[in-house]
Design a protein around this ligand. Structure first.
Ligand SMILES: Nc1ncnc2c1ncn2[C@@H]1O[C@H](COP(=O)(O)OP(=O)(O)OP(=O)(O)O)[C@@H](O)[C@H]1O
Ligand SMILES: O=P(O)(O)OC[C@H]1O[C@H](OP(=O)(O)OP(=O)(O)O)[C@H](O)[C@@H]1O
Length: 210
């Protein structure tokens, strides 16, 4: 049996739909349960329900063979795992945002839960920045003067708009990824390939149908 770590929260429903389209049968219960380990109804798969930021940890350490998580979380984690497929769900983008008219070349303090993305971008400008680490409601920081700007996810743009901020630079497109433990990928290659090829096929069928 393969173990798959799924990220609880916002992307879980799309992930379940993706698994169903690929022919797997994750229990409906996943969306509304306090259980953390559930079995697929028809296939030799076991699902772990983890916090998004913990999914790469479970997979890197081999507690899960596979995982589904946003590219944002994966990049920040720097986990040593195989990134296998872009599942194309949970689409949004990571941006630098701040008050209109802010010159990003003069920024010194950046509030974010994405320090790695932030440092990488400001390094390209040759700027050394101070990261103000926050874990949510990041838009608050520039409004109250805690930071000059933020690096955060934007989907509809509503949160920025309602807080009087604008997108200044788009850094990267974000979507969910299927990842694999490096050892499982080698030792349990045929089981992993079976899951991967079913998902790949369903993604191709989906794009043909569109
Ligand atoms: N508009 C969005 N805002 C935030 N995340 C989004 C958005 N659209 C898609 N995502 C994806 O959903 C993931 C976040 O899910 P969710 O909001 O449930 O977790 P979280 O609140 O960041 O984590 P935790 O529950 O551990 O605090 C992101 O990692 C990203 O890949
Ligand atoms: O462009 P939008 O559609 O408005 O979405 C973007 C917002 O959604 C996320 O926050 P979330 O709802 O996860 O809450 P959080 O601030 O507590 O992380 C993200 O951090 C932005 O604040």
């Amino acid at each position: 049996m393969l173990t798959v770590a799924l990220a609880k929260g916002r992307i879980l429903e799309d992930t379940m739909q993706r698994l169903r389209s690929a022919g797997f049968s994750p229990p409906e219960e996943l969306l509304d349960t306090r259980k953390l380990v559930l079995e697929d109804k028809k296939h030799p798969l076991r699902y772990l329900l983890a916090k998004p930021s913990d999914v790469p940890v479970y997979v890197e350490h081999g507690a899960a063979d596979l995982g589904v998580v946003g590219k944002d979380v994966l990049y920040e984690s720097q986990a040593d795992v195989h990134e296998l497929i872009d599942l194309q769900d949970g689409r949004c983008r990571i941006v630098v945002a701040g008050p209109s008219g802010l010159d990003v070349k003069r920024v010194t303090r950046v509030a974010t839960k994405y320090p790695r993305y932030a440092q990488a971008y400001f390094r390209t400008l040759g700027r050394q920045i101070e990261i103000i680490p926050l874990s949510g409601s990041v838009e608050l920081a520039p409004i109250i003067g805690l930071s000059d700007c933020i690096v955060d996810l934007v989907e509809t743009g509503r949160t920025l708009k309602e807080n009087g901020l604008i997108e200044l630079v788009s850094l990267s497109a974000i979507s969910t990824r299927l990842i694999a433990n490096r050892r499982s990928y080698q030792v349990r290659g045929s089981e992993v390939d079976h899951v991967v090829s079913r998902i790949r096929d369903s993604l191709c069928e989906g794009s043909v149908a569109q």
